[in-house]
Write a protein that binds this ligand. Structure first.
Ligand code: SAM
Length: 238
């Protein structure tokens, strides 16, 4: 891993294995990020198993626990780069054999994934929902969002930014989900906003918060999972 260049120390044991010097232009926060990456068992596992991100293990865990992804489903992946969730979803729905379909959007480009249609775009862009709908060609069985705006370090600001993204994602999910579909989105601990939660409870039969094991223990990250979409019937024929 090229990022390991500049590291001092060696690998071995279960504790901190690689320490990184703060030499040159590296700031303390980038040094800490790099150390966390280098010592993270999920990063190593993802590399070994051919997944694009450590984040994939969060989706795998939630899928195994709640039986979310099934062959033939159509999935929208918001904030898809570098593509771990999309890889896993494509595999589960059978997108590469034309059974299901995965469409993704991100500010950053991704390397192509068989069976995944992807657009580089800001989800806040007014055209984004229509672009995704056109790519989907019908209703979706799931809208999943791992979107996270760049953290400012200011807790309240970061919370508001992530809630705003989640709200947009819910609005979009309400427009595209088929009856019975599900919505999964990253939020922050400290509470999903009560109006956001109330809206989800109105539209879905079950709403729960999930903290997957692969979600770093020290982070405030949390997922909201809403299953059993009650709407969508009026346009389910498209
Ligand atoms: C944690 S990463 C997603 C990882 C992904 N689930 C995976 O497994 O590879 C969050 C992503 O959200 C994207 N993102 C943040 N804000 C966005 C926005 N407004 N529109 C589109 N993508 C956004 C970021 O560019 C970043 O790639």
């Amino acid at each position: 891993m090229s990022a390991a260049k500049g590291g001092s120390g060696r690998e071995g044991g279960r504790g901190l294995k690689v320490q990184v010097k703060t030499a040159g232009k590296r700031t303390l926060s980038s040094k800490l990020w790099l150390e966390r990456q280098l010592n993270d068992p999920y990063v190593a596992q993802a590399k070994r198993e051919g997944w694009r991100s450590r984040a994939v293990y969060k989706l795998i865990e939630m899928d195994e626990r709640f039986h979310l992804l099934k062959p033939g489903q159509k999935i929208v992946d918001l904030g898809a780069a570098p593509g771990g969730w999309a890889q896993y979803a494509a595999k589960k729905v059978g997108a590469a054999d034309g059974r299901g379909r995965v469409v993704g959007i991100d500010l950053l480009d991704i390397e192509a994934i068989p069976g995944v249609e992807f657009t580089v775009m800001d989800f806040n862009d007014a055209d984004a929902p229509d672009r995704l709908k056109a790519m989907l060609g019908g209703r979706a069985d799931a809208v999943v969002s791992d979107m996270a705006a760049n953290a400012t370090g200011h807790r309240q600001t970061d919370h508001l930014k992530i809630v705003a993204l989640a709200e947009l994602a819910i609005e979009f999910a309400r427009e595209v989900l088929a009856p019975g579909g599900f919505f999964l989105a990253k939020v922050l601990q400290g509470g999903t906003e009560s109006t956001l939660l109330a809206n989800l409870k109105r539209d879905f039969s079950v709403v729960r918060h999930v903290k997957p094991k692969a979600s770093r223990a020290g982070s405030a990250e949390l997922y909201v999972l809403a299953t059993g979409f009650r709407g969508g019937a009026e346009a389910s024929s498209d």
